[in-house]
Design a protein. Sequence first.
Length: 231
Amino acid sequence: MTHRVPPRANDGSGAVSGHGLFLALEGVEGVGKTTQARLLGEWLGELGLPYTLAREPGGTPVGEAIRQVLLDSGAMAVPDETELLLMLAARAAFVRGVVLPTLKRGEVMVTDRFELSTFAYQGAGRGLPLDRIRSLNAFATGGVRPDLTLVFDVPVEHGQARQRAAGKLQDRIEGEGNAFLERVRAGYLAMAAKDESVVVIDAGPPEDQVHARVRELLQLRFPEPFRPTRG
Ligand code: T5A
């Protein structure tokens, strides 16, 4: 049996309300977002909640093509402004092609990265003006915002060590080095401190413990449809 997400009242946050549930997973490289997205998807499946799992940049054919340019561009020079606009171009397609249809069906949308990545990487990391990023991002998303964003957090070196252990090669942005990634991490933490729809989760413990914390949080924030079960 599958269940739809029950309608919720508009809380004035700007999120798409009344339809579906929009969750974004965020954090610096190697914190375990992809792992947590997979575990969350498995749990949603167990609960009988239809969901869509996608990543940014990407999620649509044009988004995946932009991802290749952005992350695998090798020696090609990509000015910071170009990087920002390409991220947002991919997001515009992602919102219209994936996020909105999922929410309109009353399902759960789980995305591995969304707008906070842009504020953290292109804003805090690259130093592009945040006000400008916010208004361009609002144009790209049409104002669609996650109901909840989970920022997984570990020290930068810890995330890099996980990536090395997994044999993952650094992409163009990850190759910016530690000072850049420290600014990104600080950006995430600063945004979480100001916005109650953004919650920081300590991603240092083993995967299953981090996932248990995710469940707990979702059950607390959204009693429907994540009603705790006994046992
Ligand atoms: N970007 C993106 C921008 O600059 N602006 C934007 O607007 C957007 C949307 C995307 C890049 O694009 C940039 C940011 C990024 O640089 P990506 O590949 O999507 O790149 O993102 P990464 O962060 O690089 O993804 P990773 O796969 O490297 O990291 P994850 O998803 O955080 O980590 P995960 O789950 O793959 O785990 C890494 C390893 O750690 C282990 C896993 O088994 C795996 O081996 N692990 C754990 N080990 C111990 N304890 C735990 N709790 C663990 N959890 C996972």
